[in-house]
Design a protein around this ligand. Sequence first.
Ligand code: F6R
Length: 363
Amino acid sequence: DKGEYRHYMLKEIYEQPAVITNVLEGRIHQGQVLEQIFGSNASELFDQVKMVQIVACGTSYNAGVVARYWIEKLAGIPCMVEVASEFRYRATVCMPGTLFITISQSGETADTLSALREAKEQDYLGFLSICNVPGSSLVRESDLSLMTNAGPEIGVASTKAFTSQLVALMLTALILARRNGYAEEEQMVANLQQLSALCEQVLALDPAIQKMAEHFVDKHHTLFLGRGTIYPVAVEGALKLKEISYIHAEAYPAGELKHGPLALVDEDMPIVAVAPNNSLLEKLLANLEEVRARGGKLFLFADSKAQVKPGDDLELITLPDVPTVMAPIIYSIPLQLLAYYVAVLKGTDVDQPRNLAKSVTVE
Ligand code: F6R
């Protein structure tokens, strides 16, 4: 039931503060992530992890790319991420001590499931699934699982499933980080506990984002830019826009602009830049100047740290200041809303975009 909402997608976007609370529910005790939430033999397995291989598709893959940054930074172990449809057909090399993680909303995605089955023929240390559907094939065939508890997701475009995956992946990163002498778990858990309230604040930007969407309706191409952990957020924002508004959207790590895509920039291609305060902000802002100097129109999502003046060539949505590590979760939300409102203005079938299925159970 959509309730007061016009589409399931909007309802699911608005459910995110509650969903984030749900993912954390029963998973934390006295500022620490509980290990048994992954399964009874989890601790023993986690003790032996020397490397992580993540495999997933689509939005779930984008969550995996964010997790790579977290796992390498907090846990100090190498992490690789690959789309399942490539991984399953490649002669992959399994290093000793590698934990194999699949991420899936449905737990029934054919490519992800086949990748897991292929991997089980190799010497992986163990198999963990991050999944939203209890009892799904992926969960049943994995040694360990962490449910994302986002509730049923009806809209084909994944929203709340994505943010819940990110929270679950952060819990996983913290469990691994603990074994690397990571000392800030309590602080990170406190950050997670404040996340739901921050999401509420970001949802309040809805009217401004709805207004911004008007600039995209008659456009055919868009570019999404981010750097570091925000690069996969830009990729996810571009995926949302293309799948429900049918506008071509491409994401680039902003430092790559000068290696090609800068040639595309003109006043007819809106450029969405995601720029929370982090160690790469100055570099990103310099990249944006390159775009501006070539007549590109910028749509910037940033906080108080980005000292930019809105004008004819720059529209700004200001988000609250948030802990750097939480920014990928929080900045995903305005991009979901942007895609949603562009699609609504274009009159597309938001919950059932053409050519797409909610669960891709065929290759
Ligand atoms: C995009 C989207 C898809 C899915 C992908 C994987 O909004 O929903 O890209 O993320 O088909 O599905 P799951 O997560 O069910 O394995």
